[in-house]
Design a protein around this ligand. Structure first.
Ligand code: GLA
Length: 385
């Protein structure tokens, strides 16, 4: 990590010709369980990971925002007074969208100084590990500090989500930014996406001799178009037809009625959300009362529900999950929005290499591209470094 901080400072100095006044960072996340439940105002249980986005920031004496990064050539520039979602394009929409969103939440940006930002990241893009939320959260904490806005973390999560929804144009929920801002080492963030109340749940993976293996299929996904928005629309249709404000308001007791009223596809979408909410609650209880060895079946059941009811898995993710399960994982599931990206497997430390070899072999046998595998550690959320 120290290397990347040096790179960021160097990148900043080369781009802007002076030294930054501070460095902030925010992590990507893995969702342990609770998929597509966030925008249905239900429950999620993600954790922040040891892959971070780093932001170096320098103050200016005018009202201009500039943003540059190691992964893009251009330096984007905008006057704070001119910030609007329509003017933001390409990747700068993430950091600059955050500045715009802060104002939407009541920040008075009239007198604040301009800033120069330089951004670098170790969160892989397109793997379903929320590289975008890591950028938003790092920029949100940095601007909140230097502009002395005084927003709490829960509000900064909403700011990041608004930037993503309106400036970037992706209809995602509140989970990723919450994990990135509220995460803590060795803990998951248990979030009620309706009240936005959260608590930390001890994971204890290391103590239990377990690790979380990420299997990135390399199949890239976009939530701006297609499946993600379609699933959201199905959930909204289900809630409307069943006469509730959101699917959060239903439990497994409502399933028989839902099956009578809804068409088969909408029913299966609704069943995923209802049962997934219950699985999150059950996982929290299992972790608190028994420990991580008790959550394997819940992870497995979550994957089956996403594969068969919500239909957001792909053959590569199914193969990764099944192969991990057959080779000693105590539980495995795809993670994130789906249609590509990564699966997670909860694996006994001594069994990791066997599982990796098995997954590599299975992918080759099926003619799939080679997956990228690495372990992640539950880590602290966004901070000034
Ligand atoms: C993406 C979105 C999240 C959430 C997940 C699915 O990661 O950004 O808000 O909806 O998909 O659980």
């Amino acid at each position: 990590m120290s290397d990347i901080r040096d790179d960021v400072v160097e990148g900043f100095e080369e781009t802007y010709g002076y030294s930054p006044s501070g460095i902030w960072s925010a992590p990507g996340r893995v969702n342990l369980i609770g998929e597509h439940t966030d925008y249905n105002l239900g429950f999620v249980l993600p954790f922040a990971i040891n892959r971070r986005t780093i932001v170096a920031l320098g103050l200016r004496d005018d009202g201009i925002l500039r943003v540059a990064s190691a992964f893009a050539d251009e330096v984007a520039e905008v006057e704070i007074a001119d910030l609007s979602p329509e003017r933001l394009q390409g990747w700068p929409a993430y950091p600059l969208g955050v500045a715009w969103a802060l104002a939407q939440y009541g920040a008075d940006l009239a007198g604040v100084p301009g800033v120069d930002l330089f951004i670098e990241s170790t969160v892989p893009v397109g793997a379903g590990l929320s590289s975008s939320a890591a950028i938003e959260s790092a920029v949100a904490v940095a601007l909140n500090d230097v502009w002395q806005l005084g927003f709490d973390r829960a509000t900064l999560a909403k700011v990041g989500q608004l930037a993503e929804n309106k400036a970037v144009g992706v209809p995602t929920g509140i989970m990723d930014q919450s994990a990135s801002l509220l995460g803590r080492g060795d803990h998951a963030v248990f979030l009620d996406c309706r009240s936005l109340e959260s608590s930390l749940v001890p994971l204890g993976f290391e103590e239990a001799g377990l690790q979380v293996l990420i299997i990135d299929t390399g199949v890239s996904h976009s939530h701006a178009t297609g499946g993600y928005a379609a699933r959201r629309a199905s959930c909204e249709l289900g809630a409307r037809t069943l006469g509730v404000p959101s699917l959060r308001d239903l439990t497994v007791d409502d399933l028989p009625r839902a099956q009578q009223i809804l068409d088969d596809e909408t029913f299966r979408r609704v069943r995923h959300i209802i049962t997934e909410n219950q699985r999150v609650l059950d996982t929290v209880i299992a972790l608190r009362e028994t420990g991580p060895h008790a959550i394997g079946d819940l992870l497995d059941a979550s994957h089956i529900s996403m594969r068969d009811d919500f239909e957001i898995s792909i053959p590569e993710l199914d193969l990764a999950v099944e192969t991990a399960q057959l080779n000693g994982a105590i539980g495995a599931r795809m993670t994130g929005g789906g249609f590509g990206g990564a699966a997670i497997a909860l694996v006994p430390t001594e069994g990791i290499s066997r599982i990796q070899v098995a997954i590599d072999g299975a992918f080759a046998e099926h003619g799939f591209g080679q997956p990228t595998m690495f372990t992640v550690v539950p880590s602290d959320g966004a901070a000034r470094d």
